[in-house]
Design a protein around this ligand. Structure first.
Ligand code: HEC
Ligand SMILES: [Cu+2]
Length: 355
């Protein structure tokens, strides 16, 4: 009895835990675009077919077990032999073939359709209709480059709704995988080739999901793999163009307070500038961009992609990034900070905005 209860409570616990998986900002079961819809349809279709097969086979299995129980039919009874029965052979060959056809046709059709990225390679591409975003994954952060606009951002992906957004993806160190659960993916980011695909974000449904979606790394890449998150923000097409304008017209925000000025000075002295850019039009070659661009840091909702944005967390991150994200590439690359230095740096960083 006690054993049974253990099993029951395990199931109960699982139900509770899994019930949390339906959040609209990171659930594949609540698709927010056409691409996600199609992937969701394929998931449902293949699951239904599999469940159907399991049910039918189980029913036959239990029927046979019960009907031909030895204690019921006796020791010496041999049931009617059906080996080589033509009708049966045809039936159990035809049904799987039929099921496979039902599965294969939409899978192949959608694979070809969703893999069609020819529009992004056209010579005369209108960036307003066919937006391209270059994604670069690094241990444990994400860079998003908008080549048509000369914009480089990190940690937060900004996309327009109701149009195809094309992605060109790669990694700078080890393999990662780009995944926005509610919008689609996953697709590997590799070091030796570029992958391409597109996603769509439906304006109505993305509104319901809240301001930010979650993006994830879906390929085990190191000790902080599970913390390699990014955020996705959707804007209407007009708002998006407004955003690109703001980013390209960027003017360095003036550090207002003495403390912020002190922070700006420290940012140079402590080596931070050798990795981090503070302007969205980062013209350094890709290999030199070894850290998240901080031009919009003051507007982000998360620190290092994972912790809520507030003074305490920013300071804690600057003093000891290792305790947030083990194995990250910032740890130990600058002289240790004391509390007042962290205060000044926070003051400076919080003022980095594009408004
Ligand atoms: C060797 C290069 C390097 C140096 C030097 C460096 N960082 Fe970083 N920094 C990184 C990397 C890499 C990350 C991303 C870490 C991660 O998320 O795994 C990062 C992340 C950050 C973040 C979080 C970014 C975000 O988008 O949330 C802040 C803030 C930051 N660094 C500030 C600083 C400051 C201030 C200094 C100087 C005291 C500094 N960094 C020095 C490489 C560096
Ligand atoms: Cu990863």
């Amino acid at each position: 009895m006690i054993r049974k209860w253990r099993v029951y409570s395990l199931f109960l616990l699982l139900t509770l835990v899994l019930a949390g998986c339906g959040e609209p900002y990171l659930s594949t079961l609540r698709p927010v675009g056409e691409v996600a819809d199609k992937q969701f349809f394929l998931t449902v279709l293949s699951t239904l077919i599999m469940v159907l097969v399991v049910i039918v086979v189980s029913i036959i299995f239990f029927y046979v077990i019960i009907k031909f129980k030895r204690s019921k039919v006796g020791e010496d009874t041999i049931p009617k032999q059906v080996e080589g029965n033509r009708n049966l052979e045809i039936t159990w060959t035809a049904i799987p073939i039929l099921l496979l056809i039902i599965l294969v046709v939409p899978v192949v059709a959608y694979t070809l359709e969703l893999g069609d990225t020819s529009a992004m390679d056209k010579k005369k591409r209108d960036p307003e209709k066919t937006l391209v975003v270059n994604v670069r994954a690094s241990l444990y952060w994400w860079e998003f480059e908008y080549p048509d606009y000369g914009i480089v951002t990190s940690q937060e992906l900004i996309v327009p709704t109701d149009q195809k957004v094309y992605f060109k993806l790669k990694a700078s160190d080890v393999k990662h995988s780009f995944w926005i659960p509610s919008a689609g993916g996953k697709i590997d980011t590799n070091t030796d080739n570029e992958n391409k695909f597109y996603l769509t974000f439906d304006s109505k449904r993305t509104k319901d999901a809240g301001e930010y979606f979650y993006g994830k790394c879906a390929e085990l890449c190191g000790p902080s793999h599970a913390l390699m998150d990014f955020k996705v923000k959707t804007l209407s097409q007009d708002e998006f163009l407004g955003w690109t304008k703001k980013m390209t017209d960027y003017k360095k925000p003036a550090s207002t307070s003495d403390l912020a000025l002190e922070g700006e000075k420290l940012f140079k002295e402590k080596n931070c500038l050798s990795c981090h850019a503070v302007e969205p039009g980062d013209e350094r070659p890709e290999a030199a961009r070894t850290a998240p661009n901080l031009a919009t840091f003051g507007e982000r909702t998360k620190v290092a992609g994972i912790k809520d944005m507030n003074k305490e967390n920013v300071k804690a991150w600057l003093k000891d990034p290792e305790s947030f994200k083990p194995g990250n590439k910032m740890t130990g690359t600058y002289p240790k900070l004391n509390d007042s230095e962290a205060d000044a740096l926070y003051e400076y960083l919080k003022g980095l905005k594009i408004q």
